[in-house]
Design a protein. Structure first.
Length: 533
């Protein structure tokens, strides 16, 4: 006799079935075109005339008709002297507002920590249908908040730290399954599940996510489940390895760069050379003031900086105060290569667990070659600090940035290098409210005076790896105080902070300061809960 399912059990069964359908059928379905490709002249007009102050608003709207039908109407009506573009857009597009947006505002909690715990439900999304530029995913996910209503790649690792602290392992697992799905569907993890973000990825934190989930569900089980995803991630970043190694006249291809020693390292890149749809206006404005006729290269460099997550920062500029001097694709970034070292070592660990010694040795060797190249080309023995490397000029870039903590984070710095980095952090980067991102004040959001949660985490963990616990604790205490003072004054967690003084808000960049905010919540919760341990 078959037992009748209880309502909750039946709902869970239906939910699992729907997720399974998306996971299986979704890999075969093509995503909609990016809004700039789908709407052509209409898209250009909307963005150029600032129908919305934030260019991301329009590309996130959902059309009420098929693009072809909508464009036909636009072609006819646009010549009418009384044509109102804003009215046309408002009539034919709408905003996707999931149920969580309709909930009552989260009441103010007594503490910032309780506020973070209360926010997970507000930031949770489920979208199993393609809606305009938003691409369906099989499982629930957490969004950063504010203007960011998608599952962003590198944000998610720091979000997961907070979810783990609050024991929401089911959501962590669901987000991981979404990433495995993305790799099956596209062969890589895009910046986020938006059609206009499919040409680029973000800092590859997948191996860190796998390690985090393995801490709860076991190494063998987790590594086995996500080994195909890890391999897919590595294949994406190393695409063209054979080609570049066999062609001495080409030092770079896609996301690969061959160093003078023959070692192959990586750079940020993008598969398109047009303005970013979500920042169309801003990219065109940069091109108009740039002293260059090569707009394709300029747009590629802007897009590559967006893939880095540091959009924008003086670390990508020839002139640290001028965004039009951007040359991201000439740079071999320290953080990217440290993350790929970690990916290689994680693959080696997975193959060791699966009793595959030849594959284990293969990835250990690749990791060792990468680590040696990082120490050789990115360490400045005079300044005693890690830098990015400009492979066009054949020398390190002068930029002093918090990216220098990544060799400590993945444990490839020597003890002497770690000591020197710690001393420089304490002397130049540590402020009243945490670590400042760079020492250049130019109005860009990834520069002075802003501090960002993910970089505080990487620095703290990196310093701990080398026994610099006192400095790590000072950074932690100051960062927590910054988050708490802003919460006390404004009742919210925010995307970035002015670290010169605890309680001050961050600023700069292309858009208004966002609150929510995913990775701040995650890092804050993980660090705050250490005090209980």
């Amino acid at each position: 006799m078959i037992k009748k399912l209880l309502p909750k059990q039946a709902a869970n069964a239906r939910d699992r079935l729907k997720s399974a359908l998306v996971a299986s059928a979704g890999t075969l379905m093509r995503a909609h075109k990016s809004p700039d490709e789908a709407f052509g002249e209409l898209f250009l007009e909307v963005q150029a005339r600032k129908i919305y102050q934030d260019g991301k608003t329009f590309v996130d709207l959902i059309p009420r008709k098929r693009a072809r039908e909508l464009l036909k109407e636009y072609e006819v009506i646009k010549h009418d002297p009384n044509f109102d573009l804003r009215e046309f857009v408002n009539r034919h597009f709408y905003e996707f507002t999931p149920q969580s947006h309709d909930q009552a505002p989260v009441p103010r909690a007594k503490t910032a920590r309780q506020h973070v715990r209360n926010l997970w439900g507000t930031l949770e999304r489920r979208n199993r249908i393609n809606r305009g530029s938003l691409i369906a995913l099989p499982h629930k996910y957490i969004v950063p908040g504010g203007r960011f209503a998608e599952q962003f790649y590198w944000d998610s690792y720091f979000v997961m730290l907070g979810l783990a602290a609050d024991r929401y392992w089911d959501i962590v697992a669901g987000m991981m399954k979404n990433y495995a799905y993305m790799i099956r569907k596209w062969g890589y993890i895009p910046t986020a599940n938006r059609t206009y973000l499919l040409s680029r990825s973000q800092p590859p934190f997948l191996s860190h996510m796998v390690k985090l989930l393995a801490s709860e569900r076991g190494r063998l089980r987790t590594m086995t489940e996500y080994l195909p995803a890890l391999v897919g991630e590595y294949t994406f970043w190393m695409k063209g390895r054979t080609r570049i190694a066999s062609d001495p006249d080409h030092r770079a291809y896609a996301r690969l760069v061959q160093m003078p020693s023959g070692a192959i390292l990586n750079r940020y890149y993008d598969n398109k050379t047009t303005p970013r749809p979500e920042s169309q206006r801003e990219d065109i404005e940069v091109a108009e003031i740039a002293d260059s006729d090569n707009r394709d290269k300029l747009f590629l460099d802007l897009r590559a900086a967006a893939e880095s997550g540091w959009d924008f920062s003086s670390r990508w500029f020839r002139d640290p105060h001028e965004i039009q001097s951007i040359h991201t694709t000439d740079i071999v970034p320290i953080d990217l290569n440290c993350l790929l070292y970690h990916l290689e070592m994680t693959l080696a660990e997975a193959y060791d667990l699966l009793k595959q010694p030849l594959l284990r040795r293969k990835f250990i060797k690749r990791a060792e070659v990468r680590a040696e190249a990082i120490r050789r080309y990115m360490w400045d023995p005079r300044g005693k600090f890690f830098h990015d490397y400009d492979f066009r000029l054949g020398k390190r870039t002068p930029a002093l940035t918090l990216a220098a903590v990544f060799p400590l984070y993945v444990r490839i710095a020597t003890p002497e290098q770690a000591q020197a980095v710690a001393e420089r952090l304490e002397r130049d980067f540590l402020q009243d409210a945490g670590l400042v991102t760079t020492l250049v004040h130019n109005g860009q959001q990834w520069d002075w005076p802003n501090g960002w949660a993910p970089l505080q985490w990487v620095a703290i963990e990196g310093l701990r790896n080398y026994g610099h616990h006192e400095l790590a604790d000072r950074i932690k205490i100051r960062w927590l105080r910054a988050c708490e003072k802003v919460y006390d004054r404004h009742g919210k967690m925010i995307e970035k902070y002015n670290v010169l003084r605890a309680g001050d808000l961050g600023g700069g960049g292309e858009y208004q300061l966002q609150d929510g905010f995913g990775w701040t919540n995650g890092v804050y919760a993980a660090l705050k809960d250490e005090e209980r341990g």
